[in-house]
Design a protein around this ligand. Sequence first.
Ligand SMILES: C[S@@+](CC[C@H](N)C(=O)[O-])C[C@H]1O[C@@H](n2cnc3c(N)ncnc32)[C@H](O)[C@@H]1O
Length: 276
Amino acid sequence: MLNEDDPVTRHYGGEALLTTIVDALASSGRDLQRLRPADLAPVDAFHMRGREATTELAGCAGFARGKRVLDVGCGIGGSVRYLAHEHGCRAIGIDLTPDFVTTARALAALVGLGDAVRFLVGRATALPFADGTFANVWTEHVQMNVADKARFYAEAARVLAPGGRLVFHDVFEGPGGVPHYPVPWAADASISFLATPQRVRALLGDLGLRVLVWEDRSERSLAWFEAVAAKHRAAGPPALGVHLLMGPTAPIRFANVTRNLREGRVVVIQAVLEKH
Ligand SMILES: C[S@@+](CC[C@H](N)C(=O)[O-])C[C@H]1O[C@@H](n2cnc3c(N)ncnc32)[C@H](O)[C@@H]1O
């Protein structure tokens, strides 16, 4: 069931988001009449290492033109637009936060992809699709907001066609202790449900998903945050960035996630798994 008052949607929502993004695009010198999907990358890749991570993940998954791809927890739709535009996929995004879905549709129209992609409001643990619908299920930085990991991954596996691939880039519990909050995905521990990579890997095996790629990206993520922080110290924050999705507490959220990575409180894994 969708709940307008879900604490996760309250964490992420923001009615004026589209206006904020369009204003930032204009003030950072982008020509709004000639926007390309890649122009949105600084703001629409709401995960560690931004567009770099999206491109890397797509590269290790192997996407074929015309294949159906579902992005679970698509946010404002950056990866959906990327997969449609760069890989020719028939991409659909689903997300719990209505403001993000509305913004995802409007941004797709703005870059001329309005007819190429679809966005729906929905819950990852109750996907509104028949079994075996998709060649790929893609998800980045979503399951840490989902308490029921078994259901989250079971739904992803269910909607995959046999031979299809689950592709993810995600945040997990590290050995270094409880994370410092707030972080980009949660103001406090009440909507942050971190599991260890070992637990999730075992769960995926039980669902009949075979690991093709399993890579720890924690060090690269930390280096990326440190480089971004150094740039901000030197030149100030850019007009266009994912801080627009986080509001005034963005700096402390960035600082905490950097510290959590440095202290091994969270780890980042990218993976590709195949369904039998
Ligand atoms: C950190 S953002 C990542 C967005 C996007 N995957 C990206 O990388 O740009 C987390 C997203 O997960 C969505 N989300 C959290 N829990 C969800 C659930 N149970 N079902 C669907 N979406 C969910 C949130 O609404 C938010 O858009």
